[in-house]
Design a protein around this ligand. Structure first.
Ligand code: GUN
Length: 282
């Protein structure tokens, strides 16, 4: 069994991003990202802080806009439209989930697609589904980068993705399909998930339920990508896989923490730098 060490790869990538950012800064160009956080959900605050810290480490300017949870749809859109107009700003990220009274789709559609470093605008998700270059959501992009780094081939593989969100499951499925894998996307209404996992060469799980994937659900030699993050009462961070029993029968597996999480963060940095370079070429 080989651990897919996202932490080390993300560190390496951060160093090369920092070098590029440094080179740009000698020309007076500073990549910059606006992060919008609505309300005070503790998990979202943690993620936003992690993103801000990573930006700082590589020299990307990040500006956090903390908005009250009762902000109106229109005020949020007006704010995003102002950020769209700001020529010095390369990326705009709206942290999800948004409060229930907000129409998330409409908010994400109001972000200028050229600054949509999260890849959630339909112009970018449409490109992804058409196999055309655009911004790709950070978690799926990080997973693809990790698999590529370990020379894991996707063509002809059976992939089971558990979790059909717009943020992870659906875009990950599209990316892997574009690499000629055969994809099953399971979700809460799927009957007999084990039927799919047992047949899978690669299992990607993004549910947020500790020990959802047990040894009896996994084929010997499978590759496991664990995208779940749960903080137990003890404070320990765990994924969705019963790691102690599943890891020994896998060929490769991501640890939690230290697998997909760091790759997500570094992918956001990469997208932001990409956006800066696009701006310079426009
Ligand atoms: N909430 C959970 N994951 C993400 C993400 O990748 N981006 C944003 N903006 N919100 C999230």
């Amino acid at each position: 069994m080989i651990l897919l060490d996202g932490k080390s790869l993300a560190q390496e990538m951060q160093e090369s991003i920092a070098t590029e950012v440094q080179q740009l800064s000698t020309h007076g160009i500073i990549p910059s990202l606006a992060v919008i956080l609505v309300g005070n959900d503790p998990a979202s605050q943690t993620y936003v802080n992690m993103k801000a810290r990573a930006c700082k480490q590589v020299g990307i300017t990040s500006i956090l806009h903390e908005m009250p949870k009762n902000i109106t749809q229109q005020d949020l859109i007006t704010m995003i439209e102002n950020l769209n107009q700001n020529d010095k700003l390369d990326g705009i990220l709206v942290q999800l989930p948004l409060p229930k009274h907000i129409d998330t789709y409409e908010i994400l559609e109001s972000v200028c697609p050229q600054k949509d470093v999260d890849g959630f605008h339909t112009q970018n998700s449409g490109k992804l589904f058409s196999g055309v270059k655009g911004f790709v959501p950070a978690t799926p992009l990080g997973i693809m980068t990790l698999l590529k780094h370990y020379n894991i081939e996707l063509q002809g593989k059976n992939v089971c993705i558990i979790g059909a969100s717009n943020i992870v499951g659906k875009p990950l499925g599209a990316l892997m399909l574009n690499k000629n894998a055969t994809i099953s996307i399971c979700h809460i209404h799927t009957q007999n998930i084990q039927f799919y996992t047992k047949n899978a060469d690669i299992i990607c799980v993004a549910v947020g339920k500790p020990n959802l994937i047990t040894k009896d659900m996994v084929k010997e030699g499978a590759i496991i990508i664990d995208i779940g993050i749960t903080r137990l009462e003890s404070g320990k961070i765990v994924g969705d896989v019963d790691f102690a029993h599943v890891a020994p029968i896998c060929s490769y597996i991501t640890p939690v923490p230290g697998g997909v999480g760091p790759m997500t963060i570094v992918s956001l940095l990469r997208n932001t730098l990409e956006s800066t370079k696009n701006r310079l070429n426009r």
